[in-house]
Design a protein around this ligand. Sequence first.
Ligand code: 5GP
Length: 189
Amino acid sequence: MSQTDAPARLVVLAGPTAVGKGTVAGVIRDDHPDVWISVSATTRAPRPGEVDGVHYHFVTDAEFDEMIAQGALLEWAVVHKSARYGTPRGPVEEALAQGRPALLEIDLQGARQVKATMPEALFVFLAPPSWEELVRRLVGRGTEGERERERRLETARGELAAEAEFDTTIVNHEVHDAAQELVTLMKAQ
Ligand code: 5GP
């Protein structure tokens, strides 16, 4: 479907771990209030400074189970083999019905699920400036053992290969530039 077919467009931003998806989404949240950003549900605990209902809906395992059972999630996945994360369906549908550009910042597994159910969405891959830079961001502090480092790099290789599944790529050289590029793309219809 071309960008002019739909009154409002769902945009899915995904990419490898540590590429800076969350930071790009945070800049858009702060600087572009006209863009609607989905607030995911998660079973992980809030980090310092995170606000329930703003950064995530922090829910219990039982509440997450209930959301799945009711079909209330557009997609969901276990991320980093720890917590569950999912996109509440209703708010996305409301935003699109209101004609607001809507953004999901989710992991690759989630992006694939949305592609299966909403192929008309625009899938944007956020890429690192280079493999070396991604390695630096992933294992930079060097506090992990050799085995963990190898595991992360192996995962990153697989995640980078997913770029081919996406409609377009934005390279995250600098977070504000990447955010601006994404917003321009979202509004170009
Ligand atoms: P964090 O715990 O650091 O905020 O996020 C960890 C990962 O979860 C990130 O890769 C982020 O893209 C992903 N994530 C956040 N919300 C969702 C969601 O609703 N669905 C999926 N599939 N992944 C999500």
